[in-house]
Ligand binder design. Structure first.
Ligand code: ADP
Length: 482
């Protein structure tokens, strides 16, 4: 981490703009806190519009030369960054855990996942193929070229501080775009650490820039800068809508990976042990602070009690603690606000008559215990709003039609899961679910080679695989008379 000496409270970091480590113009900084202790661990530059404009100008100036480089040269820089990420995985994971709170094992898995996007993009950089199309008249030829879009402005969230960056930056750089990233205020250190790896890999100045500060004024500059061709965002639906409105004036492309409300369906014919195991893996990852984690667990009536027993056994055995402890499986909530939302959703469900089978309590003002609820009335907030916490509300259902209707009855459409051994049902339900990602007997569908993204109010655009790279290219038809 590029840093100046601190005053004892933590480290003082700098932003990476135009190939230089710089602070905010007026020297302002803001604090980054460890969610497990709430102690200040670092201060980062509190930048605003002037610094944002400079970063965007630098990205615009760097674009022509970067776009003109052979794809192999761009790929080689990415391969170098991939190797550095793996060799420094432990340090990167520890930094991630101290700013985000997630258990160290999950942080290591995130660094691997984040690095895999860099490798995939490096491999794919050389396969951005154009096409030729047969003409309808003699003496003409039609070519289709794929060219980089231009400057990309990326805004990323705190729940996956490393992977949400590489998922955007790696394909953008591979395609020949240049990027300005604004990471979340809670987790800027992982972003700055990644910038350091790109700097060490000799990425030319201005190709990648990381700016930290107040999101609104920085986003405003991104939206109004003439050279920005795309806004790539992961975060809340509310902010996604603000950005889409803002992007309309300049007709900038938007890719929005927004909130979700994932159903997790267990049919009575499923392997209940696997389903319960999968539910725990899926629901409690990052303490439930994951946009694709289960928000509603639907269990077919005949299997309800048996499944709930298995789920409670596993959920109540999870180890709650500081993410730096190797044994920890449930880390702290990101901040007071995050914790408050979980408490409110629990109070609401309880007041309406829900039964708490395990958990349901705050621990040491920073953690929420893994919780399983039953008898949750349909109007409960937890069944409609994203709780972003380690709470699994279980709801019984009778038929396949009923559960598909319940599952789709939401404005969101990011991820859905179901467990069954019936192959015909597997196809029927996978096709009927209005979600961008479906895990059938699979609680962890995310891989770098597959498309990740939502339908409906969960967003638009896809990250990952060839789809992720295509988001960063412009298609040009060249019609030639010969
Ligand atoms: P969350 O509720 O998960 O923090 P947000 O959508 O608020 O989700 O945050 C995701 C990212 O969006 C963060 O980088 C944050 O700084 C940024 N952000 C928050 N508000 C705005 C805004 N009004 N305009 C642009 N970016 C924003």
């Amino acid at each position: 981490m590029n840093s100046a000496a601190g005053d004892g409270a933590g480290i003082q970091t700098l932003n990476w703009i135009n190939g230089k480590w710089t602070g905010a113009d007026g020297g302002a900084t803001f604090a980054v806190r460890n969610p497990a202790t709430r102690e200040e661990i670092a201060r980062v530059p509190d930048c605003g519009p002037a610094e944002a404009r400079r970063a965007l100008d630098a990205a615009a100036a760097a674009f022509p030369a970067w776009a003109a480089l052979p794809a192999l040269d761009r790929a080689n820089i990415l391969f170098n960054v991939y190797a550095q990420m793996l060799s420094q995985a432990r340090e990167l994971a520890m930094l991630l855990t101290v700013e985000n709170g997630k258990p160290i094992k999950e942080s290591l898995a995130e660094i691997q996942y984040a690095a895999d996007f860099v490798r995939w993009s490096a491999e794919e950089a050389r396969r951005v193929y154009g096409e030729t199309i047969p003409a309808s008249v003699v003496g003409k030829r039609h070519l289709v070229l794929k060219q980089p879009l231009g400057v990309v402005a990326a805004i990323t969230p705190w729940n996956f501080p490393s992977a949400m960056i590489t998922r955007k930056v790696a394909p953008a750089l591979a395609a020949g775009c240049t990027v300005v990233i604004k990471p979340a205020e809670q987790t800027p250190l992982s972003a700055l650490a990644l910038a350091e790896l790109f700097a060490a890999a000799k990425l030319p100045p201005g190709v990648l820039n990381v700016i930290t500060g107040n999101p609104e004024p920085i986003a405003k500059e991104m939206l109004s800068h003439a050279k920005v061709r795309k806004i790539a965002f992961t975060g809340s639906t509310e902010v996604g809508k603000i950005l889409m409105r803002g992007a309309a004036d300049g007709l900038k492309r938007v890719a929005l990976e927004l909130g979700g409300h994932a159903p997790f369906i267990v049919f009575a014919d499923a392997d209940l042990d696997k389903a319960a195991e999968g539910c725990v893996t899926n629901k409690f990852r990052n303490s439930g602070q994951t946009c694709i984690c289960a928000n509603r667990v639907y269990v077919q009536q005949e299997a309800h009690d048996a499944f709930v027993k298995k789920l409670v056994e596993r959920a109540s055995a999870l180890v709650v603690g500081d993410g730096l402890d190797e044994k920890t499986q449930i880390g702290p909530m990101i901040d007071e606000q995050g914790l408050k939302k979980v408490v409110e959703h629990l109070e609401d469900a309880r007041k309406r008559g829900a039964k708490v089978l395990c958990g349901g309590r705050v621990k040491d003002e920073r953690w929420y215990e893994p919780t399983v609820l039953t008898n949750v009335p349909p109007e409960s907030r937890i069944l409609h709003e994203e709780t972003f916490g380690p709470v699994a509300p279980v709801v019984p259902f009778k038929t396949e039609d009923e559960v598909v209707r319940l599952a789709n009855d939401t404005p969101y459409g990011l991820a859905a899961y179901f467990y069954t051994k019936d192959v015909s049902r597997l196809f029927r339900v996978a096709e009927a679910l209005e979600y961008g990602i479906v895990g059938a007997n699979d609680p962890s569908p995310g891989v770098p080679q597959a498309p990740f993204g939502g339908m409906k109010e969960s967003g638009m655009g896809r990250e990952g695989g060839k789809w992720g790279l295509e988001e960063y290219v412009e298609v040009k038809h060249v019609s030639i008379g010969i």
